[in-house]
Write a protein that binds this ligand. Sequence first.
Ligand code: GLY
Length: 418
Amino acid sequence: MDSATTPPEGVRDLVVVGAGIIGLAVAWRALEAGLTVTVLDPDPGDGSTHAAAGMLAPATEAEFTEHAALRLHLAGAERWLTFAADLEAATGTGVGLRESGTLTLAYDETDAALLRRVLALHVTHQVDSTEVAVADARRREPLLGPRLAAAAWVAGDHAVDPRAAHGALLRAVAGHPDGVVVPRTAVHLEQRDGRVVGAVDDAEHRHRAGATVVAAGWASAPLLAGVPGVTVPVRPVKGQTLRLQADPSLTPGYVLRGLVQGRPVYVVPRAPATDGPWAGHCELVIGATTEENPDDRRASAGGVYALLRDARVLIPAVDEAALVEVTPRARPATPDNLPLLGPTHVPGLHLATGHHRNGILLAPLTADVVVAGVTGSWFGVDDAGTDPGATLAALRATDPRRFSPSAHDPRTPDGAPG
Ligand code: GLY
């Protein structure tokens, strides 16, 4: 181990379990707030961050009835702009933020009807989206496929390169004089007098800290199973993404979203690579399957086939691209599809997990909320984006205590007043 990975002596201000984009974003903002920080992860960024396409897409990821999630995602998207600028300034590394908007496409009339219902949902939440004629969509993006029933333009849904952002965060944290990333697995949390006081790793090293943030994706649930007073119902939901390399002339200028006979699919283009084996080519990320399956890290032929079949409906030029990677990973999902953010009932223990399909989108907002919880500073109304009241209500819905048995629940199990 070199000095950037050697466990430091003494008690730290913060231990973060998990060095995916969530854990590292928390660690980096905590370092900026003046805390000393240790991060534990045997393989930083190899979980769902590795598969993620990087869509910053509150509008096109919106689900019916999930109003708090939509508000949270809108606030998350707003926060990315400063986060990316700060991170690029701190590290001198680009994070591949593209503010080029998203074209949403419907394959048949049933898909078009669903697309129009989604656009109506956007109207009720003052989200900017507009149906456009397919011919106009094709003028905007000449690579579109020949058979499309409807199209919409969503100006505010963007994308970032999660691997570039993660790499920059790792450099920012490991390169900070008060930051260290230890390549070890946290096997349990250290508890004393009803408090969490750090984590113990698989080399039996104790990492003591004033506060511990668990940001270990779906693995947060088994890690926390032995801590009385916290219930963390985070489950793995497998997703497969594909990475292709395409000539720039065969690369769309926008993120493409599609509904193809009821199945969602997306294609996220990146700028041409400047170096490496694919210099001059553009990465295309196609995603994603959503499977109630564990994190077996196995790609399925059916999943890959379905993604390619549906993506080539949106953009037939996919056929010409090189398929260079298939990435199966599991997202951390909760029963209400909202993350678990902030302090728990157990002193010293904070959560930053359960982000499901929106871990990349919510990383900057999560970092600010969780660091505010650790430092005891309330997350400011003025910082909460364009609709602070609605965003704060949505943040209250991410309370990590919501699944824990509550002393305030007045009912007995048979429903009678207690
Ligand atoms: N953010 C999209 C997905 O999880 O596939």
